[in-house]
Write a protein that binds this ligand. Structure first.
Ligand code: XMP
Length: 517
């Protein structure tokens, strides 16, 4: 397995994704883990990520020395290369301007890392790579033992190698897809240079995970909050496969779910897969708790709190349960680790991560802790979950509660559910569902005047939102075809009595957020 030491680059998770796409298991840890940790990890190779620091500043993050003394290959990317150069006796200088974006680098000489990897060669045998750069500092003198393996005018040392010790540095980012040969470079490093086999794949993972769960849980019982979202659905399917009836799922209908969602969850899990699911209709309780509340953060807190109460009541009825299963995935693990060190401004309080309190006194079972989202989806497919469920757009924990602006009422939720279902149905029919990352309808509790037939109408407004994004941190509004928008608008106004106006949201993130509240 490969150890990735994180110096804080926004691309670090992508390095891990690329390594795993090469069918090699890897883990990502902060750069300052202890020497003992690194030794115990027994990596076959180490990758040093990029990061925002400058090796020039007084207090700069350094790779633990043991990294260079373990005798395993090391690949430094961007800041990772700079700190490698600085720590091994080379020179790094502050460039006068940042190099950011596409660049072309010439592959020089022969290195194991880049041999026969190129985007094009000219008739003189000079070969080139199209890469993505994002850096201020650069290496100006390689450490003793290193030679330059690629270059361009702006960055004469764009890559370096010490073939004896198997240390490599790249100033560009092989982990981003803009670097066309990036995947090949990462695969070269992990397979040919580190000697890792191809042993990270879904069918094997399913068998291993089942074995691990069985030995961890034994004959004890497990409870899981099943929401119908991708993560908890995959946990349910996996645990059911591993421990069958020792698993009980609690599905809480908070009255803020999408159209027919409860039926679909019961159909897929209880009827088709034979999973034990307790279906709790708590909509009344949620609606009462939300009555008169307008503030978005307050609404989120109430929905979170009510969920915990309902869940606890159900758990109390199952005295033999010893485990609480959760759909925590690897990005949650990484984020909560880094959240401890970073202070981020709270824009919205998401309560899906670690939402249930430890007052339940249950042991935590988190079988997806080491998987990225697309791996979770692959696992879901491997476990036989329906494609549409596994590839569904994300849905926020507070559900329609944050898509009904201001006070939540059952009447509003009913209108919104139907409008949303029409929008999604038309997106699917036109092939746009897959081309958007998240799409939904929002209920605006304001009335406007319209005319239908010969009559005046005075009804509510629905806003449509569809975005395209990689990471949900930034997003573009989707340029849906006018014909599609026209069809959705027509259908909503004709089929959902109470709505007489439909608008389309053309706000990016930033400055907007994806959800309206
Ligand atoms: P925003 O609105 O912050 O949304 O741009 C980014 C992503 O997060 C989802 N989201 C939530 N998910 N609980 C959740 O589980 C929440 O309270 C919550 N608020 C936003 C949103 O749907 C989008 O995918």
């Amino acid at each position: 397995k490969i150890l990735i030491l994180d110096f804080g680059s926004q691309y670090t998770q992508l390095i891990a994704r690329r390594v795993r796409e090469s069918e090699v298991y890897c883990e990502l840890h902060p750069y300052d883990v202890s020497e003992a940790f690194i030794r115990d990890f027994k990596p076959k190779g180490i990758i040093l990520s990029g990061g925002p620091a400058s090796v020039y500043e007084a207090e700069t993050p350094r790779a633990p020395d043991v990294v260079f003394r373990l005798g395993v290959p090391v690949l430094g990317i961007c800041y990772g290369m700079q700190t490698m150069a600085a720590q091994l006796g080379g020179k790094v200088e502050n460039a006068s301007h940042r190099e950011f974006g596409y660049a072309e680098v010439r592959v020089r000489g022969h290195s194991r890392l880049l041999a026969d990897i190129q985007d094009r060669c000219d008739s003189d045998g000079k070969c080139w790579l199209d890469v993505w750069m994002s850096h201020g500092d650069k290496v100006t003198e390689p450490p003793p033992g290193f030679k330059v393996i690629c270059e361009n005018a702006a960055t004469p040392i764009a890559g370096m190698a010490d073939e004896t010790r198997h240390f490599y540095g790249l100033q560009f980012h092989p982990e981003v897809t803009h670097t066309l040969q990036g995947k090949a470079i990462i695969a070269r490093f992990v397979h040919d240079i580190c000697g890792c086999g191809f042993d990270w794949n879904m069918p094997d993972y399913v068998q291993e995970a089942i074995g691990r769960i069985r030995s961890e849980v034994g004959k004890e019982e497990v409870i899981l909050g099943l929401s119908g979202g991708v993560d908890s659905s995959v946990v349910a399917a996996l645990l059911h496969r591993a421990i069958g009836d020792q698993l009980t799922c609690v599905f809480v209908d908070n009255g803020l779910l999408r159209l027919n969602e409860a039926e679909q969850v019961m159909q897929t899990f209880a009827r088709n897969l034979g999973v034990k699911v307790i279906h709790v209709d708590a909509s009344e309780r949620f609606m009462n708790a939300l009555a008169g509340v307008i503030d978005p953060e307050e609404k989120r807190k109430i929905i979170g709190r009510e969920f915990v109460h309902v869940f606890q009541e159900q758990a109390a009825k199952l005295p033999n349960v010893k485990w609480l299963a959760q759909g925590t995935i690897y990005p949650d693990v990484i984020e909560s680790a880094s959240a401890k060190t970073k202070k981020a401004h709270t824009i919205k309080s998401h309560h899906n991560v670690g939402g249930l309190p430890d007052t339940l006194h249950l042991k935590l079972l988190e079988p997806l802790r080491e998987l990225f989202k697309d791996e979770v989806r692959e696992l879901g497919v491997a476990l036989g979950l329906p494609h549409d469920m596994v590839y569904r757009h994300p849905f926020p924990g507070p559900g329609l509660g944050v898509r009904i602006l201001g006070e939540v009422k059952r009447e509003y939720a009913d209108l919104l559910r139907r409008a949303d279902a029409i929008f999604i149905e038309e997106l699917r029919a036109s092939g746009w569902y897959e081309k958007t990352s998240q799409a939904f309808a929002v209920f605006l509790p304001v009335k406007s005047v319209g005319v239908m037939g010969d009559g005046r109408t005075y009804d509510y407004v629905i806003a449509l939102r569809a975005v395209q994004t990689q990471d949900f941190m930034t997003a573009h509004w989707a340029e849906l075809p006018y014909t599609l928008l026209a069809k959705v608008s027509n259908r909503i106004i004709n089929e959902v009595r109470g709505i007489n106006r439909v608008v389309y949201d053309v706000t990016g993130k930033p400055p907007g957020t994806i959800e309206w509240e």
